[in-house]
Design a protein around this ligand. Structure first.
Ligand code: 2AM
Ligand code: CA
Length: 269
């Protein structure tokens, strides 16, 4: 994708995100139909579906040769990342959307032949848009974010993870993860993977860990964290594949490595 093409796609996507976000804010107190998906706590609403349908229609009308990978079933069934692929989560943090009516985001990553070109994470209720184009850094609304700090002392690290890591489970030794939570300065759980990536990029969280996410949860975040000098891998330290579910360890380069090597790899069962 050349700069002209990237700018054209970016400008359309940004306009549609603001339009979708305004619609969600306008409807935030309207009655919702809430269904469950893979388990009773995996929620989907009429607003998730309507928002995804809005984006897929706009994209197919404007860019008929582009592909879409998305959470709620309006996208394509993709077997490869060839060409331009929009990876869309219409509402990331659906449980927050339902219960709190805040702390959720629209997340859109745009890839060309498997390379992340554009990332958007829109905190809808706060009207804060994190956006990135490959090679041009990250903006929080109109302000360019600085590159991530280097050499943060480990005992000053802010960590984000969900409680699953800390409870008895079949994937990790929770005792190792409990030690990690004690060794860092503070631990947080925000309930929206996309926002957690955005907070890593902003430098207000140093690392975010999660055991199983789908491409639409991290496609935009990876581009955005990468553009401020951060790094994202699986819990085994491998690159993330956009066509499958994955574990994720994203963050400030030095801290991410320490957490991966000294804690996560030891904790893996
Ligand atoms: P979602 O709101 O789009 O479903 C919550 O910790 C984070 O994990 C959210 O970003 C949520 O995305 C994501 N997530 C991914 N798979 C999930 C699942 N099966 N159930 C609940 N949250 C899930
Ligand atoms: Ca979602």
């Amino acid at each position: 994708m050349n700069k002209e093409q990237r700018d054209e796609v970016f400008n359309h996507a940004k306009e549609w995100i603001y339009e979708a976000g305004k619609e969600i804010r306008d409807q935030i107190h309207a009655p919702l139909v809430v269904d469950t998906k893979s388990n009773p706590n995996d929620l989907v609403t009429t607003m998730d579906k309507a928002t995804e349908e809005f984006f897929t229609k706009k994209i197919k009308d404007t860019f008929p040769h582009h592909f879409i990978l998305s959470e709620e079933g309006y996208g394509d069934n993709l077997k490869s990342m060839n060409g331009t692929v929009w990876i869309i989560d219409p509402i990331d943090g659906t449980m927050n959307f339902v219960h709190q009516k805040r702390n959720f985001a629209i997340s859109i990553g745009i890839y060309y032949d498997g390379v992340g070109e554009i990332g958007f994470i829109y905190n809808v209720m706060e009207d804060i848009l994190y956006s990135a184009k490959k090679g041009e850094g990250v903006y929080k609304n109109n302000d360019k974010l600085p590159r991530l700090r280097k050499n943060i002392p480990f005992n000053e690290t802010m960590l984000s993870l969900n409680h699953f890591w800390l409870c008895e489970n079949r994937l990790v030794d929770e005792k190792v993860m409990q030690k990690l939570v004690k060794d860092v300065r503070g631990a947080r759980t925000y309930g929206s993977a996309a926002l957690e990536f955005a907070y890593v990029a902003e430098g207000i969280i140093d690392t975010y860990l999660t055991l199983s996410l789908s491409p639409w949860d991290y496609a935009a975040g990876i581009v955005i964290v990468n553009e401020v000098g951060g790094v994202t891998t699986t819990v085994d330290g491998d690159a993330i594949n956009m066509l499958h579910k994955s574990s994720v360890v994203t963050g400030n380069r030095g801290i991410q490595q320490t957490i991966l090597n000294d804690y996560v790899k030891t904790a893996r069962k």
